[in-house]
Write a protein that binds this ligand. Sequence first.
Ligand code: HEM
Length: 496
Amino acid sequence: MSQHPSDAPSVASRGVLTTANGNPVDNNQTSMTAGSLGPVVLQDFHLIDKLAHFDRERIPERVVHAKGAGAHGYFEVTKDISHLTCAKFLSKVGKRTPVFTRFSTVGGELGSADTARDPRGFSVKFYTEEGNWDMVGNNTPVFFIRDPIKFPDFIHTQKRHPQTHLPDATMMWDFWSLVPESLHQVTILMSDRGIPDGFRHMHGYSSHTLKLVQADGSFHYVKWHFRTEQGVKNIMPDEAARLAGVDPNYATRDLFSAIERGEHPAWRVYVQVFTQEEALKYRFNPFDVTKVVSQKDFPLHEVGRMVLNRNPENYFAEVEQSAFCPSHMVPGIAPSPDRMLQGRLFSYADTHRHRLGANYHQIPINRPIHGVNNHQRDGAMAINGNGGSTPNYEPNSYGGPAQNNLAAQTYASNFAVQGEVARHTYELTDDDFVQVAALYNLFNNEQKHRLATTIASTLSQTPVFIQKRQLGHFYRADKDYGRRVEAALKAAGSKI
Ligand code: HEM
């Protein structure tokens, strides 16, 4: 760890301290005052600049996924999928692409405990020769909602109550009970899978369906799976609560120390692949992110391996300033019509402009390896030369970058749509409970018991009408699920 050398270098070898404009600093311990008992003077530029910069050290934290840790590594192609995509970084076995990965919890603030019961973010930035591809997924294959218009409301229920400023079980269960499409993800969250043991022992999923596109524009739908080679491990609630007290940075520490020890965590990367025709006739809507696409129907195909082998040198520069965005794609990878994904295509770059500024792409951790060549100019913190004297418009007669018509098909992977522009609702049907029941019945007796108890521990704190409404959803999924939660609620003192 370079920041904690065991032998401190001599003062002479450290170089001279300077102000922000490069002037040597003669004294970094004493402010300039008018006489030894007099006030501090405004002409002490070093003091004023030091305080002013400090005053601005915090940038807005991410509105979600604020607490996280990251590491560098590489992705290597292990199986040929060049028949599915023209993405150059996937073009041949053995090809390596540098990556930066960030893992996170979702609801808590920057200082919150790593062992919260919460999904975990799983973001990977692939620095390919055709620009960056950001795979911004979670450790769960599904999500709570399936329309982006619900996201801000959902997240408000996971944050603090507007009056008490406390996490609030009523807000959470009120929303979930009114939006029962959430039950699949809620069941995962409340089960033994709800608190991963650090970031190394969990899988990652694109969750959404994406497309792999060939050079002629033809495409297949895919879901990405990153399967941990460390094995899946989860933490039981009592241990999670203990760790939240004694080591709230448990997962951050675990990732950093493992990499420092030379234990480089790795994930095998797979895709599930299906055609447009198969998508249209599948028994579930494969663009509904509250459901999985069964691996029995569409098995995993290995693509590669991701290894994390280098810690960041500087947390703020690399982890805090990293900006992942589902719309950062490369030719050969394209979005599906999943409407949640479509909402995310807008939201991330928008929040980056707010959190990091309009030139967030220029921050080294976000910069594509071959740079950027376009006519965007100016804005706060334009630090890449701003295009110099080259034309800032196009078409022009004086040079500079121009479009390459080749990629038109593969960027958009054109496909026909028809129908009315309207708010087409995803009606709730019995189908929405089938996968919940299937998941529930994978659990053994003890796991079912713990699931019901965990649910009851917070649901029992809510008004009885919310408990009843939510209980109806558990019963609709599986009678035994409903009965167990009802019993656990009563045991927790509920008057249901
Ligand atoms: C972070 C919006 C759904 C995974 C974020 C951020 C926003 C956001 C604004 C903060 C980004 C930043 O400040 O850098 C949304 C919206 C969603 C949605 C509007 C639904 C419409 C999802 C889903 C997943 C997901 C379904 C997973 C499949 C993540 C991850 C991060 C994140 C992993 C952290 C990225 C990082 O490590 O910097 N989301 N999100 N989000 N979101 Fe979402």
